[in-house]
Design a protein around this ligand. Structure first.
Ligand code: GCU
Length: 412
């Protein structure tokens, strides 16, 4: 298998709605033995664990046991007068040590001043903490970064030149002025996209002579999900955020990760997945845009090896992505799509949220009532939220405005 591992891998479009063949989704509320579920207790005790296990075994991979020991944390920097004196900035190093090796995760945290227990958005960035804001105090990561000269990333290193180059994706002033905090981490601190398993967190768990995860062991998406939970461990201890609510956010490959992390760790109060596409919110069985064969060809390391057997055999998968969203119930979940992002299959992203609805209803919550996607730029903010905005794959101010509205509504 050749690995291209680029952000712009083979995107040859496969976006013909007429070519979508009829498919049948596995029923989220029917147990393996055929029994239909109509009680939360049966969902929670039987079906939910079955589905969670299938996702671990067949798609994202099991996270090794014994890995949840707390990371050592140290505040590296703090200021009470950040962002024109409107925010507190804190940078924290989380260190994972084992086998004589060390992994360092640096959390960049902004909190609104004079706000008690502000809800905090947690989200990975793609090119280093310094890219999300033009703030010279942000510490540059030492981790390997995929080159992107347009963003000032050369030689696979963070540099001053890259400061603030991704700030349009992170409207931090708005987030703060609306009373929210933001915790961000460079995702490569946990597992850099070097398309192999020689670095990041994976090698800490290899047995002798092992150099990559086995069949059902974790790929990168599970590793990033693990990292999200470790960031949360920290925020749940920090006196400034201990009592906060936490909103998990992710875009694209990290949108896939946020759904999976939200399913695994029920301490995340709200989950947001933006343009997550294949192996995120989109239904596999539509085979529209990116398919299993394509994603697996370009990014095999994101998944466990077992996922390989479903290339061009989507109908054999014991799950589909409505079940991933259902694992987040009854917590609010938001799925955001972009009109021109056909590679991520906006309609498939909507439909899995729609088909997760029966599980939300079991809890007395409102999901999505209509099998037809809402019109462009007409968000729905039920316990399952959804919007289709105009434009391409990316994160925009419009997206953030919706996320903030949605979160405010559901935290009340
Ligand atoms: C590639 C990949 C997508 C992914 C995207 C991203 O395009 O094929 O599945 O969502 O990268 O993370 O930007």
């Amino acid at each position: 298998i050749s690995v291209s591992c680029s952000f712009n891998a083979d995107k040859d479009q496969n976006c013909d709605e007429d070519a979508v063949e009829p498919y049948e989704l596995p029923d989220v509320l029917t147990l393996k033995n055929g029994e239909k579920i109509d009680r939360v207790s049966v969902w929670e005790n039987k079906r939910r664990p079955q589905i969670l296990n299938l996702y671990k075994k067949e798609i994202y991979g099991f996270i090794p046991k014994g890995i949840d020991k707390p990371l050592i944390s140290k505040v590296l920097e703090q200021s009470d007068s950040a962002l024109d004196n409107t925010a507190i900035r804190k940078q924290i190093s989380l260190i994972y040590k084992a086998k004589g090796k060390e992994l360092e995760i640096i959390v960049l945290l902004y909190l609104p001043k004079n706000t008690k227990n502000p809800p905090v958005f947690i989200g990975y960035n793609f090119y280093g903490n310094q890219t999300i804001i033009d703030d010279k105090h942000v510490i540059l990561t030492n981790s390997w970064i995929l080159n992107n000269p347009a963003l000032g990333i050369n030689d696979n290193r963070a540099s001053e030149e890259s400061m603030g180059t991704r700030n349009e994706r992170w409207p931090i002033k708005k987030i703060i002025s609306e009373g929210f905090g933001l915790a961000t981490v460079y995702y490569g601190d946990i597992d850099p996209e070097r398309c192999d398993f020689s670095d990041g967190i994976h090698p800490f768990f290899y047995k002798k002579k092992q150099n990559k995860p086995k069949g059902d062991q974790w790929g990168s998406i599970s590793a990033w999900a693990w990292g999200y939970s470790r960031i949360l461990d920290y925020l749940k201890k920090d006196e400034m955020t201990r009592k906060s609510k936490f909103i998990l956010f992710g875009h694209s490959r990290i949108g896939k990760t946020s759904l999976w992390a939200g399913a695994l760790d029920r301490r995340f109060d709200i989950v947001i997945s933006n343009n997550s596409g294949c192996a995120g919110a989109a239904l596999f069985r539509r085979k529209f845009g990116e398919t299993i064969a394509k994603i697996h060809y370009n990014f095999p390391q994101w998944f466990c090896q077992n996922f390989n057997k479903y290339r061009n055999k989507e109908e054999r998968l014991p799950v589909d992505q409505h079940m991933l969203i259902a694992l987040i119930a009854p917590r609010p979940v938001y799925i955001a799509s972009a009109e021109l992002d056909c590679f991520s299959d906006p309609k498939g992203e909507y439909l899995s949220a729609y088909h997760a609805t029966p599980v939300y209803e079991l809890y007395g919550k409102t999901g999505l009532n209509d099998s037809i996607q809402p019109p462009l730029n007409k968000p729905i903010h039920n316990t399952i939220g959804y919007h289709l905005r105009s434009g391409r794959h990316g994160v925009t101010t419009y997206d953030w405005e919706q996320f903030i509205k949605f979160v405010k509504k559901h935290l009340e």
